[in-house]
Write a protein that binds this ligand. Sequence first.
Ligand code: FES
Ligand SMILES: [Fe+2]
Length: 331
Amino acid sequence: MLTNLWYAVEFSAVLAQQPRQITLMGKEFVLYRDSQGKAIALDNRCAHRSAALALGRVEGDCLHCPYHGWQYQADGVCVNIPANQLGMEIPKRARVEPYPVQEQNGFIWLFVGDLPESQRPSLPELPQFAPNFTEWHQSIDEFCWNANYSRVIENNVDVSHPPFIHRKLGQRVNQDATIQLLQVEPVQGGASVTLTAKLAKLKGFWQMLVAQQEEFGSTRRHSFYLPNFTTLELNFGKFKLAFLMAHVPVSETVTVTKSIILRNFFKCRLFDRSTNQFGRKLLREDEAIVKTQVLQAIGTNRELLVASDAMILAYRKLHKEHADKYPTLHP
Ligand code: FES
Ligand SMILES: [Fe+2]
C-alpha cells in the first residue's frame, strides 16, 4: 500500500459522532465527529490495553475507550483515566496516533504517511462534481471484493473488458470489441481516458430512459487518482450517470468499494434502488473474474499489456514512481 497519500475511506454522509472502524491493509483506524462536526481519525488501539476505540463513544470532544473509559482528545492525548485517584499524573505515553483528515466530494480522506502538511499532495480536483453535486441526485452503495485493491483499480480503468464480462451491457451499448487508439490524459495524481460508442436497442428501465432519443452516441470517461480513487462517467445523450469510487484496501486480498452514484435524471429516491442494482451487477460481474487473477504485487508478475491497456500502464507507471519514492505498507 502506497504511503504519503490521501486515501478516500468513508462516505461523509455516514460518519456521525458514533465512532467507525476503518481498516487499511490490516491497520485499524477509528473515525468519528467531534461536537463541532469535525471528522477526526485516530489509531484504533487504546494505549492502555489495546481495546478497539471504535467500540467506544464520543462525549464532548473526547473519545472514551469502551474498556476502562480512558478519554482521548482529537490530538490523541489521553486527558482522563477514570480509575486514577485525584491528582495522579497521566503518563506521557497515554496517547494514540492522530491522522490528518479532510472531507471533499462526499468522502472522508485519511492521510497515511509522515509528510508535513505543507508537503502533502492536494486532493483530486473534480470540478464536474463540485461543490455539492447540485446538478445531480446521489445514492451510495458498498461492494466487497476478494481481490487486491490495485487489481480492483485496474479493473475500473480497464476499457477493453466490457463486451466480454458485461455481455448484456455490450449488447445494449453497441460495443465492437476494438478499442480506438486511447488518448490517455494526465490528471492531478492520475490519468483519464474517454471512449465513444453507439447505443443499440435498450430494454426495461434503460429503454424508458432514452425512449425519446432515437439515435445518439454515448461516451464513457474512466479516471483514476492515486492511491485508491476512480471515477466513471457515462453519458447517454443528455443523461449522465457517474460513479465516484473509493477502493478501500482492507487487506492484501479484500477491498471494499464505496461508491457515490450520481445521476442527472429520475432524481426521485424511488429510483435509487435500480441505479444501485445496475452498479452492483457490473461489480459482481467484474469481481467474478478479477478474483481469479494472480495475486502478486502489480508489475512483478508476467503479464503482457497491449495498446488497449494504456490506462493500466499509466496506473502501473505512477504507482511504481510513487512506490520508488516512499516506503510502502504491507499487512
Ligand atoms: S483498554 Fe482502553 S481504557 Fe483500558
Ligand atoms: Fe467492469
